[in-house]
Ligand binder design. Structure first.
Ligand code: FAD
Length: 430
């Protein structure tokens, strides 16, 4: 079988690897100049790396971590973070019982309701789980939005002062837009607490695969369509293949795979990805303070979702330097992307807001390194009902769809989706 794989993110690279190991002749077609997609890392100088998208792998990402086997890994545990900022003062996120007991963010009744609710989530979701539940229709929490569910269960204060600030900046979408089941799943995952990152960048496993596969970068695929029974698949503008995996964000898949292609779900055009922009800068600093990560908390919308400071010597930022990232919330990312600012202006806008939140953030004029990342399709928005419709969907030959949006919005979801798409094509080709 000659197969094309569209997209060299984790889903596409894993699909290509699995197809090649199943005996297929594979070519990966990637629009940008590099492998990695939203796990792309950039080398900013000797020993100085920035993950421009995904920046950690959770301990339960069994398949993604298997692809990291043999790579040097750094620990990035999240226990004790983030710090939540209210009225200029900062408080630890009260997820641990001792911290919750001492936290002034919630009153005594709210603390009790919050503790009960967390215990209920942990009991319902016994272990971290990636992908749709086996019986999604039985998961009542997938039918309601997380904001409503949380306000009903624990009240407005826990929603505004704890859960929105801790969570929305991770997925760049409002709790009101997300399925309660999906949010509960991540809350379960946060209690796992063990996170890792490949020392050579989040894209290191995919770059390693690319070294033994045929990957053509700079090829933007504009259409993928089956030619008719037994007639192969036309991949514009490259040629005809026996089969294809399309492993791109949902809005791109909706554009390049025409309606009516088997396995193209009717809801494909409705699935939104939240946008995200961030700026990273680093300055020389002989003795930087320890790492910190602050998120704004409290009612209303915040422009910046987090400001993180990293000391040199953490395995990514060179000794003698201090790095900082300012990340925009999804709605502000949308506005910033629409404004079409150049890198310097975009970084300045983020930095101005970031310094209001984190007075310890150095000025951009001190920075010797600057990088801006723009993600128009950062994270698929798993709204109410999406897990249920995924449980009722699977990829089909000869155009198998893959990508995080078909499984779960994280690297592990992407990896599993890529393997599944490849298996479907290999099985059909036998
Ligand atoms: C800022 C940010 C932070 C994140 N943090 C985390 C995290 O810490 N942990 C985690 O697990 N996940 C995280 N994620 C999510 C994770 O990055 C994604 O779930 C994962 O990368 C999805 O992989 P994918 O292969 O489905 O898609 P992608 O990684 O988007 O890969 C798709 C590829 O297809 C290419 N492409 C698109 N259109 C075309 C076309 N027409 N022709 C050819 N090629 C095309 C793209 O250039 C891209 O290389 C984060 C995402 C972002 C943006």
């Amino acid at each position: 079988m000659r197969a094309a794989v569209v997209g060299a993110g984790p889903a596409g690279m894993v699909a290509a690897d699995r197809l090649a190991s199943g005996g297929a002749e594979v070519v990966v077609l990637e629009a940008t100049g590099a492998v990695g997609g939203r796990t792309r890392s950039v080398l900013l100088g000797p020993g100085h790396r920035l993950d421009t998208g995904a920046s950690w792998l959770a301990g339960f990402y069994s398949e993604a971590l298997a692809y990291c086997s043999g790579l040097a890994m750094l620990r990035r545990d999240v226990t004790g973070t983030p710090q939540l900022v209210v009225g200029g003062r900062r408080y630890p996120a009260p997820f641990e019982p001792g911290v919750l007991a001492r936290s002034p963010l919630l009153g005594p009744t709210e603390k009790l309701r919050f503790a009960r609710w967390v215990a209920g989530v942990l009991a319902r979701r016994r272990r971290p789980h990636v992908g749709p539940p086996r019986r999604a229709d039985a998961d009542r929490a997938d039918r309601i939005d997380a904001d409503t569910a949380i306000r009903e269960a624990v009240g407005a204060a826990a929603a505004e002062y704890v859960l929105r600030p801790a969570f929305e900046t991770m997925v760049f979408a409002d709790l009101a837009d997300l399925s309660a089941a999906f949010v509960e799943g991540w809350i379960r995952a946060a209690f796992d607490g063990r996170y890792r990152v490949p020392a050579e960048g989040m894209d290191a496993p995919w770059r390693r695969l690319a070294a033994r596969l045929e990957v053509r970068c700079g090829v933007e695929v504009t259409e993928v369509r089956p030619q008719g029974p037994g007639g192969g698949v036309v991949v514009e503008p490259v040629g005809t293949f026996d089969a294809a995996v399309v492993a791109v964000p949902a809005p791109v898949a909706a554009r390049i795979v025409p309606p009516g292609v088997p396995g193209r779900p009717a809801w494909l055009g409705e699935l939104r990805h939240a946008p995200h922009v961030l700026a990273y800068a680093a300055r020389p600093h002989p003795d930087p303070p320890p790492a910190s990560d602050v998120h704004p908390a409290g009612a209303g919308r915040h422009r910046v979702g987090s400001v993180a400071l990293y000391p040199g010597g953490d395995g990514r930022v060179p000794v003698g330097m201090q790095g900082a990232t300012v990340s925009a919330e999804g709605w502000w990312s949308d506005e910033l992307l629409a404004a079409g600012l150049d890198d310097r202006a975009l970084a300045a806008a983020l930095w101005d807001e970031g310094r209001r939140l984190e007075p310890g953030l150095f000025g951009l004029e001190e920075a010797t390194v600057l990088h801006v990342a723009r993600h128009p399709h950062a994270v698929p928005v798993f709204g109410p009902g999406h897990l249920a419709r995924l449980a009722a969907w699977s990829p089909c030959p000869p155009v198998a769809l893959a990508g995080d949006w078909t499984c779960y919005p994280c690297v592990e979801g992407a990896v599993r989706s890529g393997r599944r798409a490849a298996e479907v094509l290999l099985t059909a080709g036998r």
